[in-house]
Write a protein that binds this ligand. Sequence first.
Ligand code: NOJ
Ligand code: CA
Length: 554
Amino acid sequence: MIDDLWYKNAIVYCVSVGTYMDSNGDGIGDFEGLTRRLDYLHGLGVTTIWLMPFQPSPRRDNGYDIADYYGVDPRYGTLGDFVEFAHGCKQRGIRVIMDLVANHTSDQHPWFQQARSDPKSPYRDWYVWADKKPADADKGVVFPGVQDSTWTRDKQAKAYYFHRFYEFQPDLNTANPHVQAEILKIMGFWLQLGVCGFRMDAVPFVIAEKGANIREPAANYDMLRTFREFLQWRQGDAIILAEANIPPELSMEYFGADGDRLHMIFNFAVNQALFHALATADTSLLAEALEQTRQHPATGQWGQFLRNHDELDLGRLKPEQRQAVFAAFGPEKSMQLYDRGIRRRLAPMLQGDRRRLELATSLMLTLPGTPVFRYGDEIGMGDDLSLPERECARTTMQWSDEPMGGFTRSTEPKRPVIAEGPFGFAHVNVAQQRRDPQSLLNWTERMIRMRKEVPEIGWGEFSVLDTDVPGVLAIRYDWRNNSVLMLHNLRAEACEVRLDPEVSGSHDGLLINLLSEEHSRPEEQRRHRILLEPYGYRWFRIGGLDYLLRRDEI
Ligand code: NOJ
Ligand code: CA
């Protein structure tokens, strides 16, 4: 049972094929290159690869504009290369999940081409049309500043079509049973080729009622149950990880009260509160977000992340809270995006400060849920703010200090390479960090190894302990008579945390440090005094029990 629900304690790593490794020297990453890097990922401890969209696409939105759901973009290889990759993963015990973009297609997709050119085409009703421009067409745009409407007139169709995102991404009419059946068919196809589930794009929009003049679109949650049922009939261990930036009070609707809808949801509420905590050293908002997202069904799980391929969306924070994060991590206009977020990568936001990078990563690994890494963060990669919108944080993986960072042997890479500055490949690369036992890469590998030995985080009940020390987040997990305690000091000053035995729950006293030999022995009255360095963190197992010896009892 514990291992069946593999996603409860997975180490997920998000990778985009085109920017990872180019095997044939044409300047674009490909499946063969990625396959060659599987031993690297395996060594790092990754258990699940999340593949960003790789299907044929005009790539006007990083591949989230799909023109054929049943293929591989020829720039990345062939279906055969995909299967070799999936097989390579299987051999190493790595699972693959892939993006499932069901809310919209590319306007180049043959379905849309037929829909726009022939009102009688069966595909006409696969999209969402209106004769006149709806009055609220300028409302609800996802990319303010770049997109000014959600309805665009199509000359050929002589009608307006709905698009939640860019105008080249017409929304699918997901209420149409044929569209729903097609979504299942797409899932079935890739399951057959070896994936173990899907990162489902834009879920709230997939299930929203769509059409002209709908003021408050109803959500069709039942669609989520249909997806899950289908998946589990086809393959019992397949999952959906939802991209759903939803208010916490809706989360049980998405998980399903009986655990019959989504398996996993990215925890956007915690993500925003986490960056607020990193920016201000005030952990109260984070503790609140953890509380608000405490509830999930037994088979449900949160995905915890730091950064992804989009902007750091701070839209759920109050204006003054958002300003505090902007001030700390994205003070310049060029660092901000869509009036709500920051488009930088993690390492530059934290000024490459190793202590803060460790703190942030340690938090991600120990917050309730399953950690999701963004490729390159394990070596502290940077961004290129001269690139438009979110492209700045989608540069190529930095493997070495060879030309083009070892990403390609082409002298004309077709994806941006960071060659200059402190985050350029000369300074930040895998080859150099691999040789250095103290590097961020090797530190991350050790932390991942230990995270796998702490299943309490994925399975247990958590409590946020009151330490009375400002800036310290103390989380305790309990699961099957095992307990761990995670301490994080978000402040730039050292502090001392005192733990009462009742609070730490330490029965025989000892707190075993999981990351060093510095265990904490209680003083008088079984009280602990723990000194945390600036941005310091501790992972303790409570009670001195040797978990590894007790593994069989779990
Ligand atoms: C969410 C994806 O993460 C983002 O990159 C994309 O632009 C939109 N969905 C539209 O697919
Ligand atoms: Ca290539």
